[in-house]
Design a protein around this ligand. Structure first.
Ligand code: FAD
Length: 414
């Protein structure tokens, strides 16, 4: 089947749902949402804990409740949704190839496209843990799906490598389901997840967090029987003589998320080495005109509210592009990382809107800091800067009109 649409959105998590709603609100006539799973909502379907939507809806929702809000809004708009539809290819001239049992092979020509495919988890090969290859090693998100959707408990005595938010949430979830979580082992000297999750998911359940520790061996033949954990030095190398055998039947990995970037690569979109997602302007437009991006496919955000916020911008500007009111950024300057900045989003400024920057510190600073954005020379104070908590700052469009050179963002002690 060959179709023509104004705006096509790929992925129906909070980013894609919000983008579709905002494309519709901004006048796009035919908006099509493509989702490979059988239901809308993305990863939120398996996030049954609360803490979603505090910023956007001023309410404390579970993941499915938050998704439901957006799904109901999409249903009111008349946005067309194709479920069970896997997008397999994307070209730079905005032709989408997709497969679905209901519609068969699809070729969709879109005036503009929003990428909202989310992110995936890093796995054992990406961190290279030596040892045997028994059953009982899961990424934290897979374990989350087993427990919350399929109703299986993946193990009874669990060690967790990495202190990313999904691992912390699963430490609490598995404890509530009757498993014993022996400890969370984090290679860095600071936690990977949000402070609120350390407190509510570990401290409240007396689950120890061992910073500057990693798993150096997995033991067991058919099933995991234990893992060896070691201290690491300042260069993150295991310190000899510090090995300790932890008996467990399960190891969860919570060692980072990466944007789903295959379709972006196929369309020839320029990717950022730091975020692994598309290089994007403040209106979420990628290096390919008319292709926009939002949510965790762009960069891995801490909060679903940030994901939805980028979805709103991407949907709005994709609709404008489709109706030829805005034909993409004609000029742009780079936004570059300065002192103590590990990653930045967006990486370009195209003079179309306010610049809302998401910044991650390279090293923790537990004192008041100033985020310096120069030009235009804006200085924004924050009580601290931690790599595990994204900082968000907004520079109004009016302040940036005369900017000619790259915008440098730095984090300095105040
Ligand atoms: C495994 C996992 C567990 C998580 N658990 C939590 C949690 O407990 N708490 C929390 O706050 N955050 C969690 N997150 C972070 C979560 O990603 C964000 O909070 C939020 O859901 C991101 O929204 P999104 O719309 O960008 O992506 P997602 O919610 O991931 O949605 C992306 C959607 O795109 C679809 N898609 C991808 N590729 C294609 C394709 N080629 N064709 C068609 N459809 C496609 C996917 O099926 C999915 O529905 C988790 C992330 C992962 C990866």
């Amino acid at each position: 089947m060959i179709m023509e649409v104004d705006v096509a959105v790929i992925g129906s998590g909070p980013a894609g749902l919000t983008a579709a709603i905002h494309a519709h609100k901004n006048g796009a006539g035919k908006v099509l949402l493509l989702e490979r799973e059988e239901e809308l909502g993305g990863i939120l379907k398996q996030c049954i804990h609360n803490g979603f939507g505090l910023e956007q809806f001023k309410q404390d929702f579970t993941g499915p409740e938050y998704a439901e809000r957006l799904i109901k809004e999409v249903e009111r708009t008349g946005v067309q949704c194709f479920l069970n539809t896997l997008v397999t290819d994307l070209s730079s001239d905005r032709v989408i190839t997709a497969l679905s049992p209901e519609h068969g092979a699809l070729e969709i020509k879109a005036k503009s496209i929003v990428l909202a495919m989310g992110c995936r988890e890093r796995t054992r090969p990406s961190v290279g843990i030596p040892g045997t290859r028994p059953a009982g090693i899961f990424t934290a998100g897979v374990a989350q799906r087993f427990v919350n959707i399929d109703g299986y408990l993946p193990g009874k005595k669990v060690g967790i490598l990495g202190s990313g938010d999904i691992g912390l949430i699963m430490a609490r979830r598995l404890t509530l389901e009757g498993a014993r979580v022996i400890g969370v082992y984090e290679i860095m000297s600071y936690p990977g997840g949000l402070k609120r999750n350390i407190v509510q998911c570990l401290n409240d359940f007396d689950i120890p967090l061992r910073l500057s520790h990693t798993v150096t061996e997995i033991r067991g033949k058919e099933r995991v029987e234990g893992v060896v954990v070691s201290k690491v030095d300042g260069n993150l190398h295991p310190v000899e003589g510090t090995e300790k055998l932890i008996e467990c039947d399960t190891l969860l990995l919570s060692v980072g998320l990466i944007p789903e970037n295959e379709l972006s690569e196929k369309a020839g979109i320029e990717l950022s080495a730091a975020t692994k997602g598309p290089i994007t302007t403040e209106v979420m437009e990628t290096s390919v005109p008319g292709i926009f991006t939002c949510g965790n496919v762009s960069t891995v955000f801490d909060l679903v509210d940030y994901v939805a916020q980028t979805g709103a911008v991407a949907g709005t500007f994709a609709a404008r592009y489709a109706s030829a009111k805005v034909s993409g950024s004609k000029q742009s300057v780079d936004v570059v990382a300065g002192e103590n900045v590990r990653l930045l989003f967006p990486q370009r400024y195209g003079f179309q809107d306010d610049l809302v920057l998401f910044v991650r510190a390279a090293e923790p600073v537990e004192k008041p800091v100033t985020i310096e954005v120069a030009p235009p020379g804006s200085r924004i104070n924050r009580p601290y800067a931690r790599p595990n908590e994204m900082l968000r700052v907004k520079i109004p469009k009016g302040k940036l009109a005369e900017v000619k050179q790259p915008i440098r963002v730095s984090i300095r002690e105040k």
